[in-house]
Write a protein that binds this ligand. Structure first.
Ligand SMILES: [Zn+2]
Length: 540
């Protein structure tokens, strides 16, 4: 049970934030592409932050035990200058919350540099750690900053420093494997529970607390940066914890549909009401061609006729997916977070572009800006069939479907020939048209081209200490709908299926009663997770 402190002190955050993003009204202006870091009033960019003087820099670095990176003392976008800018910015980020707001945590946030200083005995760069933002060797309280840190915006970078510093606190909860969220099935990517005390709160909890505190009570923070902080806090809250207190985040399933005209609709399956979402694309003649669930924002992932990828949520409206990393000139046909070969229990966001090519964002050696790179060599892809769809499924298996509906799995090994293997026992005589790994990627559910819904069962067999085999069988899933099913998807409490006439059927897990939503020329649907809504759009 949570203490009274929890209910009273945190309530303020939920009320204020909950209002700004959770309040649902179809008439509300939701296109917020302009609300990005390019907002003229935002100071959240390394380009606009001032550098400390050399004397100031030396003092700041001494306080947090930073070994100042080598390089000329110029105020540019080098590693040396960026850390200096971040430290100086930290001394200026102040908040003035009510005394009742997390009174034991407040002192840490009142003076960020002191907080980091008391939890860092040594701070240095470690650019060899590919893919790492930062880490803390907690035994010695040594914080190492990785190359990815320099590709972030200043507020996120500072939030990362707070996160790493928090790891030095021995009573703070450590990380566990994520069940779902934006980096599903990633080892050490999540906190088990959201905590709010100076004693227990894990590193992700501390990030959420700091971002929400600064967003709400920060002094001299531009409005755009407040929005950014609150939105980041809520995204982290919704995605980086395996258990979230019900009082904090009452996540609800929201059924979203796409009609023949290309309109995005919020569907109330009880009243059968369809509420259109106003979306204004930045390009002329742009139309939605397909929608999926966005694991990154818990909202809608939007594919368009111009090959662009967007995300839409109640709180942020429409935004480019991976803004600034995926160039608008790169056509995107599909996107998924999958487990790459040799990635050792971590998942990576990838996109499918032209010519059966799969890309991911990566930070080239010595650079401070992310670029898109191929996930596999051309040699490896030459041996692969042409794929139509792909997604993450049970226990980190990355599933790829061909046009004919054959199922391939991407290997987990670093070196394999071929990299994609046609999985025995997971094929269907009709061919598969669509599938999902479920909300926490513990299942593999596939719909064949005749509309039969099937679930994979795996049998793991140990041969000896070094060898094991997993065999798969497909079993019919008990969820039949009228007509031919063309898409199946799972929400938090509901599962849904659509037939080729565009009729949707919703069912609460464990029940057989189905809600039917017909008409409106629906061509696609998905289920998003909305942390809080002003009114329920799903049945109780
Ligand atoms: Zn951590």
């Amino acid at each position: 049970m949570k203490s009274a402190l929890f209910k009273t002190s945190f309530f303020v955050f939920i009320c204020v934030c909950g209002f700004s993003w959770g309040y649902f009204s179809p008439n509300k202006k939701i296109n917020k592409l302009e609300m990005s870091s390019q907002d003229p009033s935002s100071t959240n960019s390394f380009d606009v932050l001032p550098c400390p003087t050399e004397q100031e820099y030396a003092e700041l670095a001494a306080r947090v035990s930073l070994k100042i990176p080598d390089g000329p003392a110029v105020c540019d976008s080098s590693y040396r200058a960026k850390i200096g800018k971040a430290l100086l910015y930290m001394t200026r980020l102040k908040m003035n919350p009510p005394a009742t707001w997390l009174s034991d945590v407040q002192p840490d946030f009142a003076d960020l540099l002191s907080f980091v200083a008391k939890n860092s005995r040594h701070m240095d760069l470690d650019l060899d750690q590919a893919g790492s933002i930062a880490y803390n060797n907690t035994v010695e309280q040594k914080i190492y900053i990785g190359a990815y840190f320099f590709g972030m915006d200043p507020l996120s970078a500072i939030s990362t420093l707070i996160h790493e510093a928090r790891h030095s606190v021995k009573t703070a909860s450590g990380h566990v494997q994520c069940e779902g969220g934006d980096i599903p099935r990633s080892q050490g990517g999540c906190d088990q529970a959201f905590e709010i005390t100076a004693k227990d709160a894990g590193a992700y909890s501390y990030e959420v607390l700091w971002m929400s505190g600064l967003g709400l009570y920060g002094l001299n923070i531009p409005e755009a940066d407040r929005e950014f902080l609150k939105s980041s806090a809520l995204t982290t809250l919704a995605t980086r914890f395996n258990e979230i207190p019900a009082e904090l985040a009452k996540k609800a399933d929201v059924l979203m549909a796409l009609n023949k005209q290309g309109d995005l609709l919020i569907v109330d399956p009880v009243t059968k009401k369809f509420s259109p979402v106003k979306i204004k694309f930045p390009f002329a003649e742009e139309k939605i061609s397909r929608i999926e669930f966005s694991f990154r924002t818990s909202g809608v992932m939007i594919f368009t006729n111009q090959g662009h990828l967007y995300s839409w949520t109640f709180r942020s409206g429409l935004q480019f997916y991976n803004d600034g990393v995926i160039p608008a000139s790169m056509p995107i046909h599909d996107a998924s977070r999958i487990m790459l070969p040799g990635s050792n229990n971590r998942t990576t966001f990838t996109v499918q572009t032209d010519n059966n090519t799969y890309m991911m964002a990566s930070l080239p050696q010595g650079r401070t800006k992310m670029e898109m790179v191929k996930i596999l060599s051309d040699e490896d892809m030459k041996k692969a069939p042409q794929f139509r769809r792909y997604f993450l499924a049970q226990y980190g298996d990355s599933i790829f479907l061909t046009e004919a509906g054959e199922l391939y799995m991407l290997t987990h090994e670093i070196v394999a020939d071929p990299m994609f293997k046609k999985a025995e026992g997971l094929q269907d005589p009709q061919g598969w048209q669509q599938g999902t790994g479920g909300v926490i990627y513990e299942d593999l559910i596939l719909l064949n081209k005749s509309g039969a819904l099937k679930i994979a069962e795996s049998h793991y067999q140990e041969i000896d200490d070094n060898t094991s085999i997993t065999t798969y069988t497909m079993k019919e899933k008990d969820f039949r709908i009228p007509g031919r099913g063309v898409k199946y998807f799972q929400g938090l409490k509901y599962e849904a299926q659509m037939n080729d006439r565009g009729d949707m059927y919703l069912r609460k897990y464990g029940t057989t009663e189905q809600l039917e939503v017909k008409g409106n020329e629906i061509v696609d649907f998905t289920i998003i997770h909305n942390p809080v809504l002003g009114r329920s759009v799903v049945p109780r």
